[in-house]
Design a protein around this ligand. Structure first.
Ligand code: PMP
Length: 436
């Protein structure tokens, strides 16, 4: 109950002394002071989390926050869900058993097959990125073709081939050091544009990979007919249609976005929420496309694949989501809509250029633009202003991804949302009052 008491959350005099000290020390030997580049962008400093319970984070300075970053998405049941913690304790009591065959692997595959429409067979890895790599390899092995189509502003992890065209106006590699030849087989298409997909795709493609709801681009639902067109064109040309459900899987519904939008791909990649916060990735597909793996003809390797802790967490998480779906999903979606509507309302009241939008249980806030209706509007976003806005939210006790993406969990309460709306009111006002 004490952790639910958010007194002190809304203290704009928060100090970050210990997080700053940590950063100075960490920079000595830990590259960039973090283990994944985006974490370094948090303002005023990457906050060091000391403990977490439910949806409350406590940092090393004693500041507390309501968490809407949720581990960049996975913590759909919060930080300490009893069914998952219990399963993990039980798994730990039986030893680490790394790289052994363990009974939860098949149990989790059964649960995925029971919930996700395209899932006849499942193969586990450790991250979303690995799952994407495996999915592309399966598609190439199945079709005997090499070309892959992806969509601009969709993100599929950091593998060399697909880490291209991830930001507005940037069609090339996302980072220094990528092998430019890796993406030679990748064709970029505009997300949501059915006609372009129809014109470009042909019998030379092995796979089309798509975020069915473009969460990374800024929380866009697919335009009417878009996913259906992809389904139709890929079927016609014998291309493997891959939905990247690393975010949407078990977050939009127990069957993912494919169940919500009623378009079933040949294969999907899963991660994040599947593991409730433990490292996990999976490829799930029809018997036909998965046959190259099921038969052992194509290699699927990895020391940590199917590790007992992630599998136990996955079984507990998916069982819980499946059992309570009717209550959990509509509520998360309603909360996401309430928060984004409130941001819009406060932006209008303060006459400040801020926009928010949600899809399912994810929402995105942008600064520097008055409206973002589609991916075409993303060029107008002011990324620095968005970072400052998320700093203001942080100072008011609302922890988001630095780039303004927020996730709801199954355990945020009405009271948490009321606290959050009041914090947003103050944060937007501070933002409007900022000089310059
Ligand atoms: N696909 C999508 C849609 C993602 O959002 C992400 C991660 N944000 C990935 C793949 C990569 O997953 P991971 O970070 O676990 O490698």
């Amino acid at each position: 109950a004490g952790l639910r008491d958010m007194q002190g959350c809304a203290d704009t005099r928060k100090v970050f002394t210990k997080s700053r000290e940590y950063r100075t020390n960490a920079l000595r030997h830990l590259s960039n002071g973090v283990s994944s580049t985006p974490r370094a962008s948090q303002r005023p400093v990457p906050v060091v989390i000391d403990s977490a319970a439910g949806v409350t984070l406590t940092d090393v300075d004693g500041n507390r926050y309501l968490d809407y970053a949720l581990g960049y998405g996975p913590l759909i049941l919060g930080h300490s869900p009893e069914p998952v913690m219990h399963a993990l304790r039980d798994a730990l009591d039986r030893g680490l058993r790394t790289a052994s065959v363990n009974s939860d692997e098949a149990a989790l595959a059964d649960l995925i097959a029971a919930n996700v429409p395209c899932a006849d067979r499942v193969a586990f890895v450790n991250t979303g990125t690995e799952a994407v790599q495996l999915a592309i390899r399966i598609a190439r092995a199945t079709t005997g073709r090499c070309r892959v189509a992806k969509f601009r502003c969709n993100y599929h992890g950091w593998v060399d081939d697909l880490h291209v065209g991830c930001s507005p106006g940037q069609d090339g590699p996302a980072t220094l050091g990528q092998d430019p030849r890796a993406s030679e087989m990748v064709t970029l298409l505009d997300w949501g544009e059915s006609d372009a997909a129809r014109q470009v795709l042909d019998d030379s493609f092995a796979a089309v990979i798509v975020e069915p709801a473009a969460i990374n681009a800024g929380c866009f639902a697919p335009p009417a007919g878009f996913l259906e067109t992809l389904r139709d064109v890929t079927r016609r040309h014998g291309i493997v249609l891959v939905f990247d459900e690393v975010i949407t899987g078990f977050r939009m519904s127990p069957g993912g976005a494919q169940a919500c939008y009623n378009v079933v791909p040949d294969m999907c990649v899963l991660g994040k929420a599947l593991g409730a916060g433990l490292p996990i990735g999976a490829v799930a597909g029809t018997d036909g496309v998965m046959d190259v793996v099921s038969s052992g003809r194509m290699l699927h390797r990895g020391t940590f694949n199917g590790n007992p802790l992630s599998m136990a967490a996955g079984v507990a998480c998916v069982s819980h989501l499946q059992e309570h779906a009717a209550r959990i999903y509509p509520r998360m979606e309603r909360f996401a809509q309430r928060i984004s509507a409130h941001i819009q309302h406060e932006a209008a009241r303060n006459a400040v250029a801020i926009h928010a939008r949600s899809v399912g249980s994810a929402l995105q806030v942008f600064a520097g633009v008055r409206r973002v209706d589609g991916i075409g509007d993303l060029a107008g976003i002011d990324r620095d202003a968005t970072l400052l806005l998320t700093e203001e939210l942080l100072r008011e006790g609302v922890f988001t991804l630095p780039r303004g993406l927020m996730y709801l969990s199954a355990i945020h309460t009405d009271e948490d949302i009321s606290t959050t709306l009041a914090a947003i009111t103050r944060a937007v006002r501070s933002h409007a009052d900022r000089p310059g």
